[in-house]
Write a protein that binds this ligand. Sequence first.
Ligand code: ZN
Length: 97
Amino acid sequence: MTSLVFRCQFCERRPDPLTQLSLEKTVRQQEFGTYIDAMPERWLVWHGRGPYGPTRYSCPEHRGDLVAYLREHYGTLGAHPWKRPPYGSQGSGIDTL
Ligand SMILES: [Zn+2]
């Protein structure tokens, strides 16, 4: 079942099927102000919540843009947007649900 649609917020790109699975898993995670790498394409997920806004996604090419966007908009609220890699990762792409 693939009902969730993920798009890069900068270029509207869609993840490949394996990365889609990883992204679906991150939806169930209750994180706050956290970056997550979604494998295998290595999309970047931002779990905002509360003052940090909605969950946001970027494709591999726009990871830097997402980080810059978050730091510009939420950087004064706390240290979370300033976290540097390595980030936690979700899914190798070969594990099953
Ligand atoms: Zn993109």
